[in-house]
Each structure stands twice: as C-alpha cells, then as structure tokens.
Design a protein around this ligand. Sequence first.
Ligand code: SF4
Length: 79
Amino acid sequence: MVMKRQKQNIHIYPTYRCNMDCLFCISGGKKRAERMKDLTVTEVIKCLEEAGVGKGSTVIYSGGEPTIYKEIFYTIKRL
Ligand code: SF4
C-alpha cells in the first residue's frame, strides 16, 4: 500500500550497476549488480506513480551509479 502525502522523499534504485568497485560499498558493488536486474522504465514510472510523486516531492535516484542507467533522464522528465 502506498500512502499519498503532499510532500514526500522517495528513494529509487533503478540499477545496482556501477563504474566503480569501492571496497566500502554498501550497495554490494559488482557482485550485487550481477545478481540484480535493472528496473525497466515501466517499473520505475510505476513505482513513482504508486508512491504519489507530485509537486513538493523529492526523488533521489541511487544505486549503484544511477547515471549509468540509460533511461534516467526519460524517467525524470515523466515526473
Ligand atoms: S555505488 Fe558508490 S560506493 Fe558502491 S561501488 Fe559505486 S561509487 Fe563505490
């Protein structure tokens, strides 16, 4: 269940892939990225919609390195 509020902080992890391999990575680094598939664009948009993202919401893209997720800008434009 997703509760809708006027202002929200939402963290989304579209990918666990990363161009680095830091020893201290809490995301699991490359090993986790090998096990986890990226979210599809449809899944990202569905998550954001179900979370009720709207004006005043803060959306934080994380991962892995979210900027290597090819569709990141497309999903941001949909906000
Ligand atoms: S997600 Fe961050 S901490 Fe983890 S390997 Fe990439 S840059 Fe390093």
